[in-house]
Design a protein around this ligand. Structure first.
Ligand code: TEU
Length: 581
């Protein structure tokens, strides 16, 4: 069994422990046909860019046939490509081209729910005795209440996209469950036919030559079903609905389902694949269960604690400022918890998150410095780093000034509900969206300073960030000091340096309110990583042992170096030092 022996170099470690993954959100990456929406042939035009960056894996957000209610996370055919993005032949060509450059391809797997336009759901909703009725979560109205009447939903659960998590269906007079939009009905994983249909589909994709899956909300697939078929109410804290967390996240059978999936789909070929789960609401204890290789579930999971530190009691649209000591405590807990067993996925950004440089950095005067500092800190952790398109350019949040500019269903539904509830002013709603909307991460990739940033020759489906004449791939490529070239260096450091790959992690300066600090150690080699999260100078005293240290990487052209037992970090400066023990 491949165990991950901490503190020793990992020649037998799985390949993904030395890899860097790049996430593409195809809708916003590159349009090739002028319809304003990115597509597979667009990605093909940019394969050289990915090779120059040096990434090992590309994860594609969903490109399957979909009504696009949630930009493809609502799938109506798992085994076809949406015409917006191209064809299966285009995908085969893209996979072949990426493979030719030594880049693996991971597909998004969205099987907690389908689209309501999936043939499975169309059948399921057609009658109460349809053979696929039980493939989804159908329930009658709350006892003693008129079906369809307000409050008659089977449980008090609220959906992640506002409103109730149940939708009343007139045809059969029952409700179906949707944790996300009403066009994303939840599959009933209790039913073995559902599970085997999913496994068939996964085998079909693997046979097509893909290299793994990023599994969307995979820890939501087991609901807390009681023996009388009932589902429990959720606790109410903020707003009109009960929370779905307790009854749907990390549910009773989730590990059993994942182990079954491994036996049915991955047996004999697991080592070649990358299996990463998206697992909101997961603690270190759950994370260990998911990623312990002896349990054969997942290789690593995306956790959410470190990207929720600027959420207030009301959730993501109730923003507050992030406290650095909390960030260190959170990421440090994951590093310590998965030290001997399991593995961390490392990320700042994805298509659901605002841009990190605007969030934990400074997207004004210190954009380059803070983007590269944040990158240094993340990429020097132990785990597999993920880069989200545009992060390597230091792309920032977009500042939409009107609600009409937003496209994301979560943002739009939130604004509608907040207006209805009347607790917040228009300005507050716009402010919350500006800080936290998922659309911040979904504006088109900024390639050059031509119209629409070179993303499309047509009208882009979502506005391009107005800062594209300054922030774009062409400009970044031309500038040796750019965020882009810094990411290239970090990626090759991951490939070449055994201490970066597998060194033991120890958090330092735990209570320091302004500087992030840690060491990595392996076989007598030690790295010290320092990142200044503030625009003022920080003097860090580290004792004499770092005085003769060698510089590994730094984000200033003449990096701060230790002298007299201390190092002075300039605004948003990051350095990595090496010494022999
Ligand atoms: O996201 C799951 C998830 O829980 C959140 O990150 C979500 O984005 C939401 O904003 C919570 O506030 C995954 C996908 O990444 C996301 O794009 C999909 O919308 C969602 O699942 C449903 O498939």
């Amino acid at each position: 069994m491949p165990m991950n022996h901490n503190g020793t170099s990992g020649a037998n470690d799985p390949w993904w422990k030395r890899a860097v993954v790049y996430q593409i959100y195809p809708r916003s990456f590159q349009d090739s046909d002028g319809d304003g929406i990115g597509d597979l042939r667009g990605i093909l035009q940019r394969v050289d860019y990915l090779a120059t960056l040096g990434v090992d894996v590309v994860w594609l957000s969903p490109i399957y046939r979909s009504p696009q209610d949630d930009n493809g996370y609502d799938i109506s055919d798992y085994q076809d490509i949406d015409p917006t993005f191209g064809t299966l032949e285009d995908l085969d060509e893209l996979v072949g081209t990426l493979h030719g450059k030594g880049i693996k391809v991971v597909m998004d797997l969205v099987v907690n729910h389908t689209s309501d336009e999936h043939p499975w759901f169309i059948e399921s909703r057609s009658s109460t005795d349809n053979p696929k009725r039980d493939w989804y979560w159908w329930r009658p109205a709350r006892e003693g209440m008129e079906p369809g009447a307000p409050g008659a939903e089977p449980t008090n659960w609220g959906s992640f996209f506002s409103g109730p998590a149940w939708d009343f269906d007139r045809v059969t007079g029952e409700y179906y469950l949707h944790l996300f939009s009403r066009k994303q009905p939840d599959l009933n994983w209790e039913n073995p036919e559902v599970r085997h249909a999913v496994y068939d589909m996964m085998r079909w994709w693997l046979a097509r030559g893909i290299d793994g899956f990023r599994m969307d909300v995979i820890n939501f697939i087991s609901k807390d079903l009681r023996s009388d078929r009932s589902l429990p109410e959720g606790p109410v804290s903020n707003g009109p609905y009960g929370s779905v967390h307790e009854a749907t996240i990390n549910g009773p059978r989730v590990h059993e389902f994942l182990q079954e999936m491994n036996r049915e789909v991955f047996q004999g070929r697991r080592d070649a694949l990358l299996l990463v789960g998206e697992t909101p609401g997961t603690t270190v204890e759950d994370g260990l269960l998911y990623t312990d290789p002896r349990r054969a579930e997942l290789d690593m999971v995306f956790t959410f604690e470190h990207v929720s530190l600027d959420h207030g009691p009301g959730g993501r649209f109730d923003p507050k400022s992030m406290d650095l000591a909390e960030l260190k405590a959170t990421l440090g807990r994951w590093q310590a918890g998965l030290r001997d067993v399991g593995w961390n996925a490392l990320y700042w950004n994805n298509h659901d998150q605002p841009r990190i440089v605007s969030r934990y950095g400074d997207d004004g005067d210190y954009r380059r410095q803070s983007a590269t500092m944040l990158a240094t800190v993340l990429h020097l952790h132990r785990g597999t780093p993920y880069v989200y398109q545009g992060e390597e350019l230091g792309m920032t949040n977009v500042r939409f000034t009107s609600l009409d500019a937003y496209r994301d269903i979560e943002s739009v539904r939130y604004a509608v509900e907040a207006r209805e509830l009347g607790h917040r002013s228009e300005d507050e709603i716009l402010g919350a969206l500006a800080a936290q909307s998922r659309d911040n991460g979904r504006t088109p990739m900024q390639w050059d300073d031509s119209p629409h940033a070179g993303f499309t020759t047509g009208e882009p489906w979502i506005q391009v960030n107005a800062n594209y004449p300054m922030i774009n791939a062409e400009a970044e490529h031309a500038d040796a000091e750019s965020v882009f070239h810094y990411y290239r260096r970090l990626i090759s450091l991951r490939h070449e340096d055994p201490t970066v790959q597998s060194g033991d992690f120890t958090m330092q300066l735990v209570d320091h309110p302004q500087v992030y600090a840690f060491t990595r150690s392996l076989d007598g080699d030690q790295l010290l990583v320092l990142g200044n999260f503030f625009p003022d100078e920080q003097l860090i005293e580290h004792g004499e042992e770092w005085s003769g240290a060698e510089l590994v990487i730094g984000n200033y052209s003449s990096p701060a170096m230790p002298a007299n037992g201390a190092v002075a970090l300039r605004p948003w400066e990051a350095i990595v030092l090496r010494r022999k023990l």
